[in-house]
Write a protein that binds this ligand. Sequence first.
Ligand SMILES: Cc1ncc(COP(=O)(O)O)c(C=O)c1O
Length: 377
Amino acid sequence: MELFDVYLLYDITPVKGDGCYVFDKDGNKYLDLYGGHAVISIGHSHPAYTNALCRQVRKIGFYSNSIKNPLQQELADKLEKIAGIQDYSLFLCNSGAEANENALKLASFHTNRKKVIYFDNAFHGRTSGGVAVTDNENIKSAFNTGHTVQKLDFGNIDSLETELKKEDVAAVIIEVIQGVGGLDEASTDFYQKAAQLTEKYGTVFIADEVQSGYGRTGDFFAYQHHEIRPDIITIAKGMGNGFPIGGVLIDSEIKAKYGMLGTTFGGNHLACVAGISVLDVIEKEELKENAKQLYEYVREKASGISKIKKLKGRGLMIGLEFDFEIAKLRKDLLFRHQIFTGASSNKKLLRILPPLNLEKKHFETFFKALEIALTNY
Ligand SMILES: Cc1ncc(COP(=O)(O)O)c(C=O)c1O
């Protein structure tokens, strides 16, 4: 049977990961500045993580959400403490899109409204509601177009207020730093006013932290930099370091009812253990602080390379913008210098999303390779 052919693949077969490196089946070693698309938070095959997962699977890997699983509470308590958040509850699921789908549904239950506002260049996943609030018409089927949604200019507070005033908006969903869209971030003033206006007009403010969360930006959540409090926060990628897990953090104003949300696999024993060990490592190895410090180094290096026109993002969620399309540069870095990097819908932007335990020496290797590769442009 053939695989359904939806992915454009590089001819590389990783068979092993170790920290910030992956190794392919031919023994080639690659520096991973892509983190499997911002997923690898604590490094490939971190021993604390692999040991915890092995220990757990020998005990019990899965049951269902009809029994008590104290690991869920342990994960929630740890997340509350390490993220520095209060008065939220946690619903566990399996992916970023699923987290957003549940967040949108909750907002609609809570407000009894159905319209959702999203922003240009947004990406929120490929489930029905998630893709409906994603700014990419190519990945929407006719089935996805049945939602009541409205796209607005990212960062334009006046158009947002005009819509919110109609008092028919269930939710505003926003990536504080856009991932797939190319690392754009609006001003603190915009986020703060958006938070005030959503509160005023009875709309739920959803921060999609699927990519920007879990310490990636140097703060636990990207929104914390702007000193706002979302009503709902969605999480996934870095949460399980590759183990599929997602979550929805829900303000205590939004009340649960039995059966309102549900999932078979969400919050299973293995996923929780993955999530708990990720949080332990983030805290113990001070990975948020590491992300912040390394960004300063990148800023200094990038300012010395004239072909880099703009540095975007924060922490280890970084975009290097050039005045040419980077597809070939990315291939050169991968096949000539064995360095994985990422792309985005901005074709001139190289995306850097490494494991958060990256070291300065890894960036030194990258910048040396980049300067050699750039001599061809
Ligand atoms: C901001 C954001 N939200 C949601 C998603 C969807 O996550 P998943 O692919 O786990 O469904 C992504 C994936 O790239 C994302 O970057």
